[in-house]
Design a protein around this ligand. Structure first.
Ligand code: PHB
Length: 392
């Protein structure tokens, strides 16, 4: 290259770089949008938090690193799935970092504290997992929405399916905290509607994994089926312990899909053939899901699961709200109204939010095959949480 050509090439490159850096439209002068990610990075739910973050960032990346023209600045707190630290942790994001939006979390007990803080400070809160009934029930608020589920939704659907499959007498087993208890209750409601009943609700404290005495009790009672709510590292251990206790062949193990999502490689043979209900299945053969899974796997060298989908959709819901106000988050009422009006084009299938801010969605019956939770049927179509106690 002659010196003149070199100069010319450099000039072109500089112009191109500047053009790539300049945000479009309204946001030309706007500061980055501050997104506070409050998720577990340690403990039994650590992998779930990681997948949510990956999913959220993937959607932002697919939009060229911006949402409605606003670049994103992330602030992160590890909530440890520890309710006693939740108020301090959420205030790090609200008061110290002054985030525009809170995204979190996995554990219902921690999310309840986040919802209280969001109501008081009027900070926008998007919940990418925790299913606590109260959040979209008595505590519902315009500035709080979920991209995930209520604990009742997959649980109720599993109860309906179990009754259809002839289960008359079941035992539930879970951790004694909001998500576990609400899940057991939802299953009982679905099962009773179909003529079955729950003999006993077995519990242990979160995040305990000492299942042996409870498995002995199940073996003695010989129910037609067991319904279990566990997730993350503990779900791996429970499914393996259930198999090792010799119960898998004689007493079918059912659960919400959390029992087998993101866990199958570690559960191996112990999980094969298990039926669960959830708002996602790995092999949903739609262009939307296939494209999502392909990009996720390319970006992160690992396969997406339901938590990744929920993180991705949290970003989609935020994007829909921001788009309606052209990135101006100060127009919060218009923004939250737009989020509730949006049809979210999710890898799980399209869904909308209820007035209470919870997805109205199909719940699928899935079966474990190798390392996938494979779609078998729609267990309940367009299931809306009852949103008991929500006055909006
Ligand atoms: C919850 O605490 O609401 C919770 C945690 C993990 C799950 C599902 C629900 O997989």
């Amino acid at each position: 290259m002659t010196p003149a050509l070199v100069r010319q090439a450099a000039a072109v490159a500089t112009t191109a770089t500047l053009a790539a850096l300049a945000p479009a439209g309204h946001a030309q002068t706007a500061a980055p949008l501050k997104v506070g990610l409050m998720l577990p990075a340690t403990g039994t739910y650590a992998a779930l938090g990681d997948m949510i973050e990956k999913g959220f960032k993937l959607h932002v990346q697919e939009q060229g690193g911006t949402l409605a023209g606003r670049s994103i600045q992330y602030f992160k707190v590890d909530d440890e799935s520890e309710p006693s630290k939740a108020v301090d942790n959420v205030n790090k994001l609200i008061k110290r970092d002054q985030v525009d939006v809170l995204v979190g979390t996995v554990h219902s007990g921690v999310a309840l504290a986040m919802a209280r803080a969001a109501r008081e400070s009027k900070t926008l809160l998007i919940i990418p997992n925790a299913g606590a009934a109260d959040i979209t029930g008595p505590m519902c608020a315009p500035n709080i929405v979920r991209s995930s589920f209520s604990n009742w939704q997959p649980a109720y659907a599993m109860g309906v399916v179990a009754a259809q499959r002839g289960v008359k007498r079941a035992i539930t087993i879970t951790w004694n905290y909001a998500a576990g208890n609400e899940s057991a209750k939802g299953f009982t409601e679905g099962l009773e509607k179909g003529g079955g009943k729950v003999l006993k609700d077995l519990t242990l404290p979160f995040p305990g994994v000492e299942f042996q005495a409870l498995l002995t009790e199940i073996a003695a009672q010989k129910p037609d089926a067991v319904y279990a709510f566990f997730a993350g590292g503990a779900a791996v251990k429970f499914v393996k312990d259930y198999d090792a206790a010799g119960l898998r062949k004689s007493i079918p193990l059912y659960g919400p899909g959390f029992l087998t999502d993101g866990t199958l490689e570690a559960q191996g043979a112990a999980a094969q053939g298990m039926m669960t209900t959830l708002h996602y299945a790995d092999n949903l053969d739609t262009p939307r899901n296939n494209a999502f899974r392909k990009n996720f796997a390319l970006t992160y060298k690992t396969n997406a699961d339901v938590y990744a989908v929920q993180g991705y959709d949290a970003a989609q819901i935020l994007g829909a709200g921001l788009k309606a106000v052209k990135g101006d988050i100060a127009r919060r009422d218009e923004m939250t109204a737009a989020m509730r009006k949006a049809t979210v084009d999710s890898p799980r299938g399209k869904f909308t939010l209820s007035a209470a801010g919870n997805p109205v969605q199909d719940i699928y019956l899935r079966q474990v095959q190798g390392n996938n939770n494979e779609f078998r049927a729609v267990a309940v179509k367009a299931l809306a949480d009852p949103a008991r106690g929500c006055k909006l």
